[in-house]
Design a protein around this ligand. Structure first.
Ligand code: PMP
Length: 299
């Protein structure tokens, strides 16, 4: 296995199960139909960053697909603390998955009586080296699913659209694939939001472009505005991005990842550029502020 070892203790339907013994039914509608939602979180020094925002998004995803969560939102802080402790991790990636549960095959959600709940943790991949030099993006041949087809605010486990884009990137050895929407406007990457800098203004595609409203995206917008940097959420053709002074990606794992090349086009004169560096510093300060504001027992 090439990826880092995942948690040896897994939270599965209310029980703590060793990794080797964690099993799901072939009749789980997560497997049969991709019917479910998930959330990816990150712990720093044993404290889950912006936990409330992640849990609120998880609950919104559940509500939108009418999936009643068997775990009350108030139970997650202690469950995740236990997940980290059992796995001996303090800096970690965490994934919570809720599927419709087990039932006869078919699309009807009422075939399933109880949702499946899983929580996993693993070490954070070493992003710091690649962050120093920036990454290359490929322009995906596949378009981002239209919001009218599948609401992007639902963090769905049906990720085929994103996987097809990722395959485009992997084919050419790129870090990720940039996805346009059906109107030829820049949307996002397969697992991250995209930002660019033009004349000192920070730009990012509006939610209406069909993106997942990333927690990191929101945090970057907040820190930029708090420091007086102008931010626009708008509608952008690919040309605008290719001509940008700087470009970077955001998500919970990579935080702020500079982009040095999109397709054949180099972005900006230096990578990371000065605005990206500034935002990385402000972001690190915001993370530190959040961690310091959390009570020790919850950590
Ligand atoms: N867009 C997509 C498609 C994603 O899968 C992710 C990762 N969850 C993001 C954006 C970034 O979201 P976040 O900052 O909440 O990790």
């Amino acid at each position: 296995m090439s990826s880092p070892p995942e948690s040896s203790w897994i939270f599965l339907n209310g029980r703590w199960v060793p990794r080797e013994e964690a099993r799901l039914s072939v009749f789980d509608h997560g497997f049969l139909c991709g019917d479910g939602v998930f959330e990816t979180l990150r712990a720093y020094q044993g404290c889950v960053l912006w936990l409330e925002r992640h849990l609120e998004r998880l609950m919104r995803s559940c509500a939108r697909i009418q999936l009643p969560s068997p775990i009350a939102i108030t139970r997650w802080p202690s469950l995740l603390a236990e997940l980290l402790a059992r796995n001996g991790l303090s800096d970690a990636m965490i994934r919570i998955t809720l599927s419709r549960g087990v039932g006869d095959w078919g699309l009807d959600p009422s075939l399933c009586s109880r949702p499946t709940v899983v929580a996993l943790a693993k070490p954070v991949p070493p992003y710091s080296t690649v962050r120093k030099h920036g990454v290359q993006l490929e322009i995906a041949t596949i378009r981002r699913t239209a919001p009218e087809a599948q609401p992007p605010e639902v963090k769905s486990i049906s990720l085929l659209n994103n996987i097809l884009a990722k395959q485009d990137a992997l084919k050419v050895g790129a870090f990720d694939a940039l996805m346009l929407n059906k109107d030829d406007l820049v949307a996002e990457c397969s697992t991250s939001n995209v930002f660019f800098v033009e004349d000192g203004v920070l730009h990012t595609p509006a939610r209406e472009c069909g993106i997942l409203d990333g927690i990191t995206r929101g945090a970057v917008i907040d820190v930029a505005r708090a420091h007086g940097m102008p931010v626009r959420e708008g509608y952008y053709a690919l040309d605008r991005l290719l001509a940008a002074e700087e470009c970077f990606l955001t998500n919970t794992g990579i935080e702020i990842m500079p982009v040095r090349q999109i397709g054949d086009c180099r972005i900006g004169a230096v990578c990371p550029g000065p605005v990206t560096r500034c935002l990385q510093t402000w972001f690190a300060m915001a993370v530190h502020r959040y961690l310091s504001s959390q009570p020790e027992p919850g950590r």
